[in-house]
Design a protein around this ligand. Structure first.
Ligand SMILES: O=P(O)(O)OC[C@H]1O[C@](O)(CO)[C@@H](O)[C@@H]1O
Length: 438
């Protein structure tokens, strides 16, 4: 089995040619230089060497605290928004049992895990408190700035809930804050209350932070192997270090999506055939959306789950405006555990599938859709991923981070800021009367 992931661009070739792709070589080499050897973006590039340079002492502390939470909590509440929770949610859903939280504790290594602070829905918080009745809980509050409204509100509510339930002293022992090393409201509060803290490195932005304590603590609490995850990221770091387009899959993916954009494709749809990849798509959407949507430019990152969505938006993809392309996350491992059985009467007409596994049929659905969409003028890029496990999760995260930085630079935008998000935040602050003496 391959140790990395491969990119198959055969199904995009009628729209972009290999000649066009490799004509981007000099631009890609320049982009490579900007990522690896230039100082302009240096303050944001901590993720590039992270698989080697991560803080080993803190990494061991993550594992130690994860064990403590596994022992003293029935549930962990992860509070954060955007890059501060999407990576952890993506890992948990991609790599665990589909019904993780519903499994009996004896079948899980970690506690139940819930997320809060991603919106201001009152009914959600009420139902979550309701669900947690009678359970022992811990909270991991994650905010680099410490001032983002949604998680800040959720944390205030949970702090009060925990202090009522456990008393201030015991509550403080069950709250873990992942935040800036030195500054911000959450850091100040954590110091004041004596919470155990983990650091979001200065030079890594929220959407690039899955493989820092931001993602790693909740991932480790759930019982996943974070050493394997870092090993996968390390392999990707090595595989994707080459400056030449021919030898670098992440740069090829970046260059292809750039070419497709130039040829009028305005939407990239990330497609998967495994419901467990839904949150991964959400992480991917933030990564590319916040990085590229600037100066009136950028592909719109969308996602679809197949075969489900082939029966809803499949029609639009096949015959609607030709302004989109698909990137397929194709899991190569075929499991043969569940097989269609043979019936005596074949009344449902399905005997032609008897003896075939669901994975095999799913694979045919992938082959059928890729071909149909290509024939319909929708280019497809396919990423072959050998297996869904910790190693390849780490690999894939790094692959997309590198590709995203390269793609943004090819487009001529700053890959690591998000000035547009501030506009909404400032409006809301003034509508709610922030800084009016409260
Ligand atoms: O960790 P913080 O500072 O709360 O920020 C959370 C998220 O908010 C954003 O700034 C956008 O709303 C994201 O970029 C970031 O991932």
């Amino acid at each position: 089995m391959s140790r990395g992931i491969t990119l198959d661009y055969r199904y995009a070739l009628p729209i972009v040619s290999e000649e066009e792709l490799f004509s981007l070589e000099p631009f890609v080499e320049e982009v490579h230089r900007m990522i690896h050897h230039q100082t302009t973006y240096q303050p944001y590039l901590g993720w590039v060497d992270l698989p080697y340079t991560y803080d080993k002492e803190e990494f061991e502390r993550i594992k130690y605290i994860a064990k403590k939470i596994q022992q003293d909590s029935d549930a962990l509440i992860v509070i954060g928004i955007g890059g501060s929770y999407l990576g952890a949610k993506a890992a948990l859903e991609s790599l665990h049992h589909h019904f993780y939280n519903q499994l009996p504790p004896s079948r899980r290594k970690g506690p139940e895990i819930y997320f809060a602070g991603q919106h201001m829905s009152e009914s959600y918080v009420k139902d979550l408190f309701d669900l947690l009745e009678g359970k022992d809980i811990s909270v991991n509050v994650i905010s680099k700035s410490g001032t983002t409204t949604e998680p800040a509100i959720a944390f205030r509510l949970f702090r009060t809930y925990m202090e009522k339930k456990y008393g201030k002293k015991e509550a403080a022992k069950r709250i873990y804050a992942t935040t800036d090393r030195l500054k911000g409201a959450l850091k100040a509060l954590a110091d004041e209350e004596g919470y155990e803290t983990f650091v979001v490195p200065d030079n890594i932005g929220g959407r690039y932070s899955v493989l820092t304590p931001v993602g790693l603590l909740p991932i480790a609490v759930s019982g996943l192997d974070i050493d394997e995850m870092m090993k996968g990221a390390k392999a990707a770091r090595t595989d994707l270090l080459h400056p030449r387009l021919h030898q670098n899959n992440a740069y090829q993916y970046a260059a292809l999506r750039h070419l497709l954009y130039e040829k009028g494709k305005k939407i990239e749809m990330l497609v998967h055939y495994e419901p467990r990849l839904q949150s991964f798509s959400e992480w991917w959407k933030q990564l590319f959306g916040e990085s590229e949507g600037k100066n009136g430019k950028g592909l719109f990152p969308a996602s679809a789950k197949f075969s489900t969505d082939l029966h809803s938006i499949g029609q639009y993809i096949q015959e609607g405006p030709r302004h989109l392309f698909e990137t397929v996350l194709h899991i190569q491992e075929i499991k043969e555990d569940i097989v269609v059985d043979k019936t005596a009467t074949n009344t449902d007409g399905l005997d032609y599938l008897a003896g075939k596994s669901l994975s095999f049929i799913n694979e045919k659905s992938f082959e059928g859709a890729v071909k149909a969409h290509q024939d319909g003028g929708v280019p497809n890029l396919v990423l072959h991923i050998p297996q869904l496990n910790e190693y390849f999760f780490g690999y894939l995260v790094y692959f997309f981070e590198k590709a995203c930085a390269a793609s943004s630079l090819l487009l001529g935008v700053h890959p690591f800021n998000q000035p547009g998000v501030e506009a909404y935040k400032q409006n809301m602050f003034s509508l709610l009367g922030k800084n009016n003496g409260n």
